[in-house]
Structures are given as structure tokens and as C-alpha cells.
Design a binder for this molecule. Structure first.
Ligand code: CTP
Ligand code: CA
Length: 232
């Protein structure tokens, strides 16, 4: 790229980042969601873009402003997130930082579910049947010709963080897993800081607790090193 390798080591590369929660509709007014703020994913997209990567951010609903200088695709559900990611391929780099809902309601109601039936009697307490969502990280990791050259996932764990994240890396077939402790006492979900361990084929790289923006910058630099041949 024109800025040269020092200023823009990822110039000429493309990156796809997922961020935020997903919302899975129950009916037109209700949904299942989670506490992801999108801070970490948005910061990663900004950091990759800052190092010169042509970046697409696919994000669920958050309170965050759209980062500038990149394409931002807004989605609500996991199925929509997968479809948006597929439109962003091919990409050299994929970082899945979204907190994708593992399940959605098996059959969404296209009308508001009512407490009272048409006869005025109680309609009963609805039972929500759930069905698994597509796993976007696993799906990107297992693509054929257009698999991104480097696929990075997150592992949000509340216990046994490194062991579970190592297993997750193998299960999903991604290249790196960024493991983080999301137990309530860690303050990670919604908080400004993160304590992460980067797990790759070589082993575990544990980073000190730092701002999510610093985690993002360091991760983007590690990705740039990988493409520069400094990391296997
Ligand atoms: N992920 C994804 N699509 C899903 C579920 C997870 O892309 N449907 C991604 C997340 O973005 C993250 C990684 O997979 O990068 C791990 O997510 P996590 O929720 O920790 O793992 P799961 O495999 O869903 O396992 P569990 O929730 O049971 O720990
Ligand atoms: Ca999950």
C-alpha cells in the first residue's frame, strides 16, 4: 500500500469483523438477546482499519456509533449475521467477536403473543421451543476456497477459561481463539477492560488486563505480524 508497511501493514488486505449481540425474535415486539456491548468487536474493526485493512463490520444492535472508514452492515439475528458475512467474502482476515445467540425460537409468531385468548380466558403461559443457530465462526473456518487466511474467534467463558477455549479452537477449526473471562466478577461484559489469552497452534499467549481498545490494537498488530511472516 501507499502508506508503506510501517504505517499500514495491512494495506491491501481485507478484514471481516462480527460484533455485538444478536436479537432473536419471539414475536414482533419481543426478542431473546444477551449483554454484549459490541465494544471489543467495534474496537477490533477500528484497529484493523487503522492498520490499513479494508474492513467490513457486521454488527448486531449496539449503543455504539458506526466506526468511520469502513463498511458497516447492521443485522439483528444470527441467520442475518451469517448471510451478511458471506456477502463480505472473500476476506483475508475474519474476526468473530459477536456474542451470537446460540438458539433462536423455533417458530417465530408473526403476531404479538397475547396473555388473553379470543374467548377472554387466559391463553396460558407460552412455551418457547428453541432451535440451534448457525455457528458463524465454525462456518467461516470450515469454508473451502474462500476460507479467510486467518480466522480468529473469541471464547467467552466463566470458568476453566484456557482449557475450554483450547477445546473450542479445535471444535470450530479456527486459527486463533481469544479467550476471555466473562464471569460476573470479571466485569468484562459491558465493561471497558478485558483480560485475554490468545491461543494458537503454538500455545497460549496471556496478556495483562487492559482497555478493550488496547486489546484490539494489540490483536490487530499480532494479525499484521502473522501476515508479515513474523508468526507462524
Ligand atoms: N460464534 C459464532 N456463531 C455462533 C456462536 C458463536 O460465530 N452461533 C462465535 C463467537 O463469535 C465467538 C466464538 O464463536 O468467536 C465462541 O463463542 P462462544 O459463545 O464462546 O462459544 P460456543 O461455541 O457458542 O459455546 P458456548 O456458548 O456453549 O460456550
Ligand atoms: Ca455461545
Amino acid at each position: 500500500g501507499g502508506a508503506g508497511p510501517l504505517g499500514a501493514p495491512l494495506a491491501g488486505r481485507s478484514a471481516l469483523v462480527t460484533s455485538g449481540p444478536t436479537h432473536e425474535a419471539i414475536d414482533p415486539v419481543r426478542y431473546i438477546a444477551n449483554r454484549s456491548s459490541g465494544k471489543q468487536g467495534h474496537a477490533i474493526a477500528r484497529a484493523l482499519s487503522g492498520l490499513g485493512a479494508r474492513t467490513t463490520l457486521v454488527t448486531g444492535p449496539t449503543q455504539l456509533p458506526d466506526p468511520t472508514g469502513m463498511e458497516v452492515i447492521h443485522i439483528e439475528s444470527a441467520q442475518q449475521m451469517l448471510a451478511a458475512c458471506e456477502t463480505a467474502l472473500p476476506a483475508d482476515i475474519a474476526v468473530c467477536a459477536a456474542a451470537v445467540a446460540d438458539w433462536r425460537v423455533a417458530s417465530q409468531s408473526d403476531r404479538k403473543i397475547k396473555k388473553t385468548g379470543s374467548d377472554g380466558a387466559g391463553a396460558g403461559i407460552p412455551k418457547l421451543e428453541l432451535t440451534p443457530n448457525p455457528d458463524i465462526l465454525a462456518s467461516l473456518s470450515q469454508r473451502g476456497n474462500d476460507r479467510p487466511g486467518l480466522v480468529v474467534g473469541f471464547a467467552a467463558e466463566t470458568e476453566d477459561v484456557i482449557r475450554q477455549a483450547t477445546e473450542k479452537r479445535a471444535r470450530k477449526a479456527c486459527d486463533w481463539i481469544v479467550a476471555n473471562d466473562v464471569s460476573p466478577q470479571s466485569g468484562t461484559f459491558g465493561g471497558a477492560e478485558n483480560t485475554v489469552h490468545v491461543i494458537d497452534a503454538q500455545g497460549v499467549d496471556s496478556w495483562a488486563r487492559m482497555d478493550k481498545s488496547d486489546v484490539a490494537q494489540r490483536l490487530a498488530e499480532r494479525i499484521a505480524d502473522y501476515f508479515a511472516g513474523g508468526l507462524e
